[in-house]
Ligand binder design. Structure first.
Ligand code: C5P
Length: 220
């Protein structure tokens, strides 16, 4: 069967990563976490002392870091200039700063090109997860999914992942990041007109995975 391209978008805490990895593994597809790429370029900016409140300063060096993503869904990897940054990109500092960096058009152009190159090269097909995959990066994707969930459910899942971090503080940080991602000028978080919306609030992860696998198989 020809390579199938699946775009999975939505705000944080909707189960995007867990769902995307599992669907890719079940169907023998590659997997790309585009949020990890924006986190990696943010980590690089922080590491190099770039003033992240200054979009012009970010834009000036946006082309410098070399970001490499490994697309095996069983063991995805992310490195910058040869350094494995899988751990450091998940810190609270990077999480708090990533929306500002990812809003800079020069950063988005650079990362979008990288994503298209990876998707094109993926033998058999790929599941790409992010915020603007269906609308901007891969508008011709074979299947577009938009995952949603109530803010309460999203915060509870996130704080569970962070070993029981304060749910209220987690919810506030998450709502703030979603608002920034949804309101930026360049390719904001948005549901594509032809995306299938799946509300995961009352679904188990297994149910979401089955739902997406079925949709992919219908389009293959
Ligand atoms: O998915 P994750 O929470 O790791 O994404 C981190 C951040 O990267 C998002 O809050 C957003 O600012 C940015 N992002 C983006 N476009 C994407 C994926 C992520 O702007 N396609």
């Amino acid at each position: 069967s020809p390579a199938v391209i699946v775009a999975i978008d939505g705000p944080s805490g909707t189960g995007k990563s867990s769902t995307s990895k599992a669907v890719a593994a079940q169907l023998g597809l590659r997997y790309l976490d585009t949020g990890a790429q924006y986190r990696a370029i943010t980590w690089w900016m922080v590491h190099h002392g770039v003033d992240i409140t200054d979009p012009a300063a970010i834009a000036a060096v946006a082309g410098q870091p070399e970001i490499v993503s490994g697309t095996d869904p069983a063991a995805p990897t992310i490195s910058v200039d040869g350094t494995d940054v899988a751990g450091p990109i998940r810190t609270q500092e990077v999480t708090a700063k990533v929306s500002a960096v990812s809003a800079v058009p020069e950063v988005r152009t650079r990362i979008t090109e990288l994503q298209r190159t990876i998707a094109r090269a993926a033998e058999g097909g790929i599941v790409v997860e992010g915020r603007d995959i269906g609308t901007t990066v891969l508008p011709d994707a074979d299947l577009k999914i938009f995952l949603t969930a109530s803010p309460e459910a999203r915060a509870a899942r996130r704080s569970g992942e962070l070993n029981g971090a304060d749910v209220k503080a987690t919810q506030e940080a998450l709502v703030k990041r979603d608002a920034a991602d949804s309101s930026r000028k360049t390719s904001p978080l948005a549901k594509a007109g032809d995306a299938v919306e799946v509300d995961t609030t009352d679904l188990t992860l297994q149910q979401v995975i089955e739902c997406v696998v079925t949709l992919v198989e219908e389009r293959r």
